[in-house]
Design a protein. Sequence first.
Length: 150
Amino acid sequence: MIRRRLLTAAAILITASSSLHPAVPAAAPAAVELFSPEGTAKQVRQVTARFSVPMVTLGDPLLADPFDIQCTATGKGRWADPRNWVYDFDADLPAGVRCTFTLRKGLQAVGGAAVGGRQVFGFSTGGPVVTGAFPHEGWSVVDEDQVFLL
């Protein structure tokens, strides 16, 4: 009789505790949650990508880049931490450069989950820009045959 009461009390406790603690939500899928720069950007020197889950374990000297890169400018990628990847260009990019970063086929997170969501990212440095002018703004002496340099 005592044993039956203890078993019944244990069943009630298990049922009550499971109703107090709802099921843990499923983990977020692996995806790129931030990529910068995008669109048209000036004075680009670095590209960054942040993933929603850890993609690599630190300490591995052979960490591969997660993107296939199509760009006329050269640079080198590196993992800043398990979720953040950085691509440093060798120099500031001039006007007229377009770069495309495509996630590598079969890319997986540390837990083995495939990376979903958006797969292609990119930017352009736009067209030519006036960086200086002569005579400069505020110049007060202008000749009728004046030449302007931009």
